[in-house]
Structure formats: structure tokens, C-alpha cells
Design a protein around this ligand. Sequence first.
Ligand SMILES: Cc1ncc(COP(=O)(O)O)c(C=O)c1O
Length: 324
Amino acid sequence: MLPARDRLLALPHVALGALPTPIDDAPRLRDAIGMGARLVIKRDDALPFGFGGNKVRKLGLIAAQALANGVDTLVTCGGVQSNHCRATAAAAARLGMACHIVANGTPPERLTGNALLDALLGAQVHYVADRTARTPAMDALADRLRAEGRKPLIVPLGASTPLGALGLALGVGEIVRQGIVPDVIVHATSSGGTQAGLLAGCALFGLRTEVVGISADDPVDDIGRVVTAIGGGIEELLGLATGALGVGDRFIADASYVGDGYGIPSDASREAQRLAARTEALFTDHWYTAKALAGLIGHARAGRFRDGQVVMFWHTGGQVGLFA
Ligand SMILES: Cc1ncc(COP(=O)(O)O)c(C=O)c1O
């Protein structure tokens, strides 16, 4: 396993934000939840680049690939309030590249939250009717840009490619260096890259940590298929045999906190959001992190964590969503 870990650490990487992010103990939140385990928060929301979040880790590797290939334009997609699109627009600005965003939804009457930041960062936004129209629109846009003499790179949804996901595997190496080896990591999951990267990272750094993804939108089986596929891509990229990292085997997710749908607050996410703010001054959003925290609270109350364990809430960002 060691050569693969070395290969991971040797991947070209653009430092978009100062690392490591802090790991904070959250004793008041733990007491409010009533859990006996130690609760720590990995503060990727505090990553000091472009309002931070998990996408910045993924984009550090993708940016290096883009620079090496002479790319001058990043093309990506997401919802109108996508954190990923905002982080990609920020990366493009920092790298001196253009950015085109294919956003499903209607143009907002007033720009708020991530949509406001996309505009400030100079990204061009192209609106499409729904999620299924995004990939064809990105392909058509990239063709048009190439015909105009540009060198575009399509960054797929959530930057959840094997290379992007490895940003989170590097994050696992980071927590090991910070001296924290959690028994359980709980985080928000959607396009699968974060979870695949964390699982791959745990395998590469020899952690037996359980990685529990709380779904923001999709059913568990759908996410499992994507996470397993990204895990396979990571193995290929690092020159490992298929299945060597066991990403699909160790996949655990829970879609029972989605509530009425993606981004729609639920009673549980409202409680989680309030508790985190009032006990630890920690901000979470109803698309991802408040629902993930609601999942952690639900699992704690169901007795899934043992006293003496270390439970890490991997805060993936999304705080800009509070101003959407
Ligand atoms: C704040 C936040 N948390 C979690 C996620 C989920 O990460 P992933 O798409 O890698 O599963 C996203 C993006 O989709 C996000 O913006």
C-alpha cells in the first residue's frame, strides 16, 4: 500500500487555500446532543479560499492538471446556488482562467449567495431547464469554446472525478498528521467524490475509520454505485489492483435525512442548524451540512456511537447557502 500512498502524496497540487484546516472539539454540542463519544469537527468550512468547503480540496488537484495541460477555461455545472460552481469560479479567477457555469434553474431576479459570488468572480452562467440538460450543455459549450480557439476543461459535477476525490484522501493524511484518528467520520454526501476520497484515504493511511455519508438528495444505492465507481477510478489512477482500496465494500450511507427534498429544511436539519450555532457558533446549511449534522445527531441518539469513541463531523462548507 505504501507506494500508492507515496503516489498520492506526489500528485501535482495547487495550494488554493492554506492547509491544514483546524479540528475543533465540540464539547457543548456533544453535551446538547447527549452523546458520550468525543465530538470533533474538521473545519473545511474554514478553508480560507473562496469561502472554502470540500470542493476546494478537489479543485487543488484538478487545477494542477488544468495548468499542466495548458487549459485556459474551466467549464462546470450545478444548481444555481451550487457551492461547487462558486469554488470552481474562484479557482479559475485565482489561476487566471475563464469560467463558464451551466446552471440548472431559472436566472434569479436578484443575485444572492453563491450566484452573487459567481458573478463577482467573473464567471459566465448559462441556464438550462433541468439536471439532465447539464452534461450535453457543457459538451456543446466546450465544443464552441474549442472552435473559438480556447482550451477548455470540463470539470464534472461536484469535481467528483477520481483525481478530484483524491483531494479528500489527502485530507485524511492531514488529520493523521494533526494527531486525530476518528472511529467514525460523518459527512454530507451527494455526487460521491467526498465519500470515495475519504474512504480511499482511510485505506491508504491505514485507518479503520467508518465513513458515514448522509445523503443530501439521492437514494443510498445510487450514491453507492457512484462512490464505488470513483473508488475504482482512484485505484486505476494510483496503479492499484481493482478492489485494492475496498471503497465499495466499506461504503455506508443514510438517505433518511433528506426530508422533503434537496435543500428543503426539515425539522431535524432546523434543530441541527440551531444547536450547532448556539453551542459552538458553527454554521450549517439546509442543502448539505445541517442535514448531515442531523444525521449525526440521529445516529448518536440511536446509540450508534460508543462512549470513548472519537466521532468526527467533517464540515464540508456550504455556509454561503445561508445567504441564498
Ligand atoms: C457543502 C457541501 N457539502 C457536501 C457536498 C457533497 O460532496 P460530494 O458531492 O463530493 O458528495 C457538497 C457538494 O455537493 C457541498 O457543496
